[in-house]
Design a protein around this ligand. Structure first.
Ligand code: PMV
Length: 345
C-alpha cells in the first residue's frame, strides 16, 4: 500500500480511504441460532465482553476498478470469503447511494476462523471503515445493526466493555431496526479472560452452517434457547452486582449447554477436542483449589477462562502446565470499534 503520510485532511470521503480497528468479543451468554437468516436476526439475546487483544485493522479504499478486491491477512480473498465482504459492501453502497468499488485490506492480530471471534472484530472494523468512506451517517446503534449483517456477533464488537445484543422483535425490517447491541455498565467487575488457544486452525464447520443445523435438527436446541433467555436476565443482574462467581457459573453453563445442543444435532457437530476437555478439567480443578475460574467456548476447540484480574497469571500458569498444546493469552475489557483516521496510517 502506498503511504499518504503527506496528506493533512482527515475527511474519509475526500481521502477516499478509511481505517478502522475493532477487537473481538467473547459471549458470556451466547448467540446461537437465527430466526431470520437473511437479516441475521438471532433467536435469543446475548451478552459479551469485548477484549483488549487480537485487534483487526481494516482499510477500505475507494478505487476506479470495476470490482471489489479483498485482501485478508495479506492474501487476496477468493470464493466465499470474498463474496461475504462484497455482499456487505453492496449493502453499504445501497444505503449510501454510492457505486464505487473498493479495495478492502484487513489484518487480524489473532487466529482467524478458529472460534476466537475473528469475524466479530472483522465485520465491526469493516462496518466502521466502510460506513465512513461511503459517507453513511451512522451512529453506534446503526453501526451495530450494519455489523450484524456481516456476522451476528460483530454487532457487539462495535462497543467496548460489556455489551448486550438485543434479539429484537419480528422479522425483516422490523427485526432489523430492533436487533442491535448496546454497551452496559460493568467495568467495575474488571475480569480477566485467559484465552487458551489449543488450535490455531480454521474450524471445519462454519458457525453459520452449525447454527442452521442445530436449529433445524437438534432436539436440545429449544430447551437451550429457552434457558439462555433466562441466563441473559440472570447474567445482567450478576454483572450489575459485581458477582464474578455468578457471572462465571452462568457463562459456563450457557456455553456447555450450547455445545450440548450441537452434539445432539443430526449429524452431530462437535467442536470440542480432547485438548478442550483437558482445559475444562483443569478449570474444574482450579475451582476445587479455591480459584474462581470458569470456562466458555465458542464455535471451535479453544477455551477462554473467566477469572478475577488478580488470578489471571495463576490460571494461565495452570494451563501451561497441561502441555505444549496450550498457549494462554491474558485479556481484559477492551475498547469498541473506532475509526483510526480517514487517511492511511
Ligand atoms: O457471529 P458468528 O456467526 O461468528 O457466530 C458466533 C457464535 C458464537 O461465537 C459461538 C457465540 C457468540 O455469541 O459469539
Amino acid at each position: 500500500m502506498t503511504s499518504t503520510a503527506a496528506a493533512t485532511a482527515v475527511d474519509p470521503i475526500a481521502e477516499r480511504a478509511a481505517v478502522a480497528v475493532a477487537h473481538p468479543n467473547i459471549a458470556l451468554v451466547k448467540y446461537w441460532g437465527k430466526r431470520d437468516e437473511a437479516m441475521f436476526l438471532p433467536v435469543t439475546g446475548s451478552l459479551s465482553m469485548t477484549l483488549d487483544i487480537y485487534p483487526t485493522t481494516t482499510t477500505v479504499r475507494l478505487i476506479e476498478g470495476s470490482a471489489d478486491t479483498v485482501v485478508l491477512n495479506g492474501h487476496t480473498a477468493i470464493g466465499q470469503a470474498h463474496t461475504r465482504v462484497v455482499r456487505f459492501l453492496d449493502m453499504i453502497r445501497a444505503r449510501a447511494g454510492r457505486a464505487e468499488h473498493a479495495l478492502v485490506d484487513s489484518t487480524n492480530a489473532g487466529p482467524t476462523g478458529a472460534g476466537l471471534a475473528s469475524s466479530a472484530s472483522g465485520f465491526a472494523a469493516l462496518a466502521t471503515a466502510a460506513a465512513a468512506v461511503y459517507g453513511l451517517d451512522a451512529d453506534a446503534r446503526t453501526l451495530s445493526r450494519l455489523a450484524r449483517r456481516g456476522s451476528g456477533s460483530a454487532s457487539r464488537s462495535i462497543f467496548g466493555g460489556f455489551a448486550v445484543w438485543h434479539a429484537g422483535e419480528g422479522d425483516g425490517e422490523a427485526g432489523d431496526l430492533s436487533s442491535y447491541a448496546e454497551a452496559i455498565e460493568g467495568d467495575a467487575l474488571d475480569p480477566a479472560l485467559v484465552v487458551a488457544v489449543v488450535d490455531h486452525g480454521a474450524k471445519a464447520v462454519s458457525s453459520r452452517e452449525a447454527m442452521r443445523r442445530t436449529c433445524a435438527t437438534s432436539p436440545l436446541y429449544r430447551p437451550w434457547a429457552d434457558s439462555s433467555a433466562a441466563d441473559l436476565d440472570e447474567m445482567r443482574k450478576a454483572i450489575a452486582r459485581n458477582d464474578l462467581p455468578a457471572v462465571g457459573e452462568i457463562a459456563e453453563r450457557n456455553a456447555l449447554g450450547m455445545h450440548a445442543s450441537m452434539l445432539a444435532a443430526r449429524p452431530a457437530i462437535r467442536y470440542l477436542s480432547p485438548q478442550s476437555i483437558a482445559v475444562l478439567d483443569r478449570v474444574l480443578a482450579l475451582r476445587a483449589e479455591g480459584v474462581a475460574a470458569y470456562a466458555t467456548i465458542d464455535a471451535g476447540p479453544n477455551v477462554t477462562v473467566l477469572c478475577a484480574r488478580a488470578d489471571a497469571q495463576r490460571v494461565a500458569a495452570a494451563l501451561v502446565e497441561l502441555g505444549d498444546f496450550v498457549a494462554p493469552t491474558v485479556a481484559h475489557l477492551g475498547p469498541g470499534a473506532a475509526l483510526v483516521t480517514g487517511r492511511e496510517r
